[in-house]
Design a protein around this ligand. Structure first.
Ligand code: PMV
Length: 345
């Protein structure tokens, strides 16, 4: 069953919602102004365990499938205040030029929330993860921004509404509103008002994650373009929705039974299916580097030798390792370059 986020008034309920601006108008009060001089918020990076790959609506970032993630102890802290004359954007302390894609993407998102056309923002964003290395910094970035805007303007939005607003910046940002395990429901409605993430109650104290960096170069193709091409051209895409459904069921069952082989193999299988699906797009999409494949082979060999280690990969060449506390020493001995991250409950 999907909950529907109520519209603010009856007259607005009659309006049909087709654009991001219309979603924002349906959720936020008609008039607002800053409550304080500045507001700061943190949002965690989320690791997708069952991936979001493919949109059913390109404008509203509505996914074809549900997805499932877990928050890790890294992310984005964003401070919002008012600026004069133009938007000022700082990324890790350095001002981002107006000609940079990062600036235009953020300013376009901020256009949705300006209380008046000549209201400008100063945004300072600190990431504890490399930007655009396939480690989903855009997810924590848009989620932290929406959380900070909510405090700055005193919108008093629910977390579900904030999840919808974050989704308008980047789909996976809908999940970074929460810590712990998170289930983003794809929703059924055309306007996407029922497409938001909700926290999932399961927890697993002994679960461990590591990031295996193959490269921190900018990705070869952004996920938006890559998804669109996969949906439009891959002959395997029709199999994807069923794969995600099964993965989410298996992950939940693995969590419930604390069965790490079930959990880890479902996660790894889903990532490989996503990459296999994009390989078969026209033109093909391959985020892997030579070392990505080498590392996968080492993981498979390590597993054959009895260490319960799995991986997942997003739209980039880097790997995320999954293992249990009981294998931690052995995994770090075998892969000393691994950066370990804890989960945030
Ligand atoms: O939210 P986007 O547009 O950055 O897409 C994220 C896509 C993946 O990271 C590959 C999968 C996911 O569910 O996060």
């Amino acid at each position: 069953m999907f909950t529907y986020i109520g519209l603010a008034s009856r007259s607005r309920a009659r309006m049909s919602i087709r654009t991001k601006k219309e979603v924002v108008c349906a959720i936020l009060p008609p008039h607002y102004s800053p409550l304080s001089e500045r507001a700061t918020a943190f949002a965690p990076v989320n690791f997708a365990l069952a991936k979001y790959w493919g949109k059913r609506n390109e404008e509203l970032f509505l996914p074809v499938t549900d997805s499932f993630s877990v928050a890790v102890d890294a992310g984005t802290t964003t401070t919002v205040s008012q600026a004069q004359e133009r938007d000022i954007i700082l990324l890790n302390g350095n001002e981002v030029g107006e000609d940079q894609p990062f600036h235009s993407r953020l300013s376009a998102f901020l256009d949705l929330f300006r209380p008046s056309p000549l209201f400008f923002f100063s945004i300072s964003t600190i990431n504890t993860i490399p930007t655009a290395a396939g480690l989903a910094s855009s997810a924590s970035g848009f989620a932290a921004l929406v959380l900070a805007l909510n405090s700055f303007f005193g919108w008093n939005c629910t977390l579900e509404q904030l999840s919808v607003l974050a989704r308008l910046g980047s789909g996976s940002a809908s999940r970074s509103i929460y810590s712990g395990f998170v289930h983003w429901k794809k929703g059924e409605r055309e306007d996407g008002m029922d497409s938001f993430a909700v926290p999932y109650k399961g927890w697993w104290e002994d679960l461990r994650f590591g990031i295996y960096m193959v490269s921190n170069e900018k990705k070869i193709i952004d996920s938006r373009t890559a998804m669109k091409r996969t949906v439009a051209t891959s002959p395997l895409y029709s199999l994807w929705p069923e794969n995600v459904k099964t993965t989410i069921d298996q992950i939940k069952e693995g969590l419930r039974l604390k069965d790490f082989s079930l959990f880890g193999s479902a996660v790894e299988q889903n990532a490989l299916t996503m990459h296999a699906t994009m390989f078969t797009s026209t033109p093909p999409i391959c985020y892997w580097h030579k070392d990505s494949l080498e590392t996968m082979k080492r993981i498979w060999k390590t597993r054959e030798e009895g260490v319960n280690l799995y991986f997942t990969m997003d739209a980039g060449p880097n790997l995320k390792f999954l293992f249990l506390k009981s294998s931690e020493k052995e995994v770090i001995r075998l892969f000393p370059e691994l950066s370990c991250l804890s989960l945030i409950p």
